[in-house]
Design a protein around this ligand. Structure first.
Ligand code: FAQ
Length: 338
């Protein structure tokens, strides 16, 4: 069913040596055990045998997720020095630091699959690896900070809560804490917007303008429609994804509509309406050509975001060198003591 061991067999071809054929039989057994565990909704742990394609898919998804967290620090980080009060500044600082922490748990989870953090970061810095499209848009006003908390973190939670049940243990466990923190992020954003909505007309207009600019981009965060999502079917079969992109997008729309009503903002979609027969909200067409432009590096802030990450990495070289020197100095002593 999860036919990835086929990769090895295809390479062998005709007349493959016996030793290889024997290994294949062993692999077939391992594959069967792996399939059984997935079918029983069990967990796969780092030392367990896994098909190469499962490993690759996880490294791809978890590293993209980690990159999204650390690039995601930048749009809001932009506002730390301009937050309107000490309280808002302290909240924002904590939130942005949390996102950095999420990146670290996720890089650690991906490292258990045998890819080094240095390699993953090289892939980000060279533009080879993806990160979430949403972080390539500018944060123009203070209301953007609230809207990112409410909608971007809200979308992230909708996507990430099911990953707490992901079949790969380290990713699932990392998500538990990440989701708790994202929940605080979502609430602080919504509360910040509530305060603005109770303020002046100019403040209410600022919130509405931010909602208008971010709404469609948040819907696109969930990824392409199921019919155009090459990784979804296999990801679902492996228990890495628990819902499809369209299912999560729909859940997000349904959850957000009443929140928008309570806040007093209008979601910028004339086609958004409750469909009694489906038991869900219908919504308008997403601009997928814009999404792919951004994913392929041509969004309004792609260059700026990558340049900021590369600079931060280069500026931190001395810290990595000092840590490595410290470790080299102390490891032999600790090893002897052990
Ligand atoms: N942006 O076949 P699918 C956050 C790519 S964290 C860019 O559907 P899949 C926290 C996709 O990688 C936000 N690329 O792929 C925060 C694939 O390309 P590839 C990140 C996208 O993996 C809040 C191709 O399109 N969350 O926000 C996007 O089955 C506030 C085809 O797509 C995660 O990473 C996109 N939006 O489903 C931080 C959650 N969508 O790799 C700071 C974990 C799709 O084949 C402030 N990830 N692509 O070359 C996932 O759940 C999945 O990977 C999806 C994509 C749903 C993102």
């Amino acid at each position: 069913m999860y036919t990835q061991a086929m990769d090895t067999m295809a390479k062998e071809g005709k007349g493959a040596p016996r030793a290889v054929a024997a290994l294949s039989a062993e692999d077939a057994q391992r594959q069967a055990r792996f399939d059984e565990r997935i079918d029983a909704d069990g967990r796969i742990e780092p030392r367990d045998w896994m098909p190469e394609a499962y490993r690759k898919t996880l490294v791809r998804q978890i590293s993209q997720h980690a990159h999204s967290e650390i690039v995601g620090m930048l749009p809001e980080g932009n506002w730390i020095s301009r937050a309107p009060s000490l309280k808002r500044k302290a909240i924002l600082l904590a939130k942005v630091q949390d996102e950095g922490g999420h990146g670290l748990y996720l890089y650690s989870a991906a490292e258990t699959l045998g890819t080094s953090r240095a390699q993953m970061l090289d892939d980000l810095h060279s533009g080879k690896a993806k990160y979430s499209s949403i972080f390539n848009y500018p944060t123009l006003t203070w209301a953007d900070v609230g809207v990112i908390g409410w909608l971007v973190d809200g979308a992230a939670i909708m996507n990430q809560v099911p990953i707490c049940r992901c079949s790969y243990g380290p990713y699932a466990r990392a998500m538990v804490r990440v989701c708790k923190e994202e929940s605080f992020h979502q609430r602080q954003g919504y509360e910040g917007l509530m305060v603005l909505m109770k303020g002046t007309q100019a403040q209410r207009d600022m919130v509405q303008d931010a909602v208008n600019r971010w709404w469609w981009k948040c819907l696109a965060m969930f990824g392409p429609p199921d019919a155009d999502s090459p990784n979804s079917a296999q990801g679902m079969r492996w228990g890495i994804k628990r819902f499809t992109n369209d299912e999560l997008r729909q859940k997000f729309v349904d959850a957000t509509v009443p929140q928008a009503r309570l806040l007093g903002v209008t979601l910028p979609d004339p086609d958004l309406k409750w469909n009694e027969a489906r038991g869900h909200h219908d919504y308008g067409a997403i601009d997928w050509s814009e999404f792919w432009q951004v994913v392929n590096g041509h969004g309004p802030c792609n260059r700026e975001r990558l340049a900021a990450r590369v600079k931060a990495h280069d500026d931190g070289a001395w810290v990595r060198e000092a840590a490595a020197a410290h470790a080299a100095k102390h490891t032999p002593v600790e090893a002897k003591a052990a």
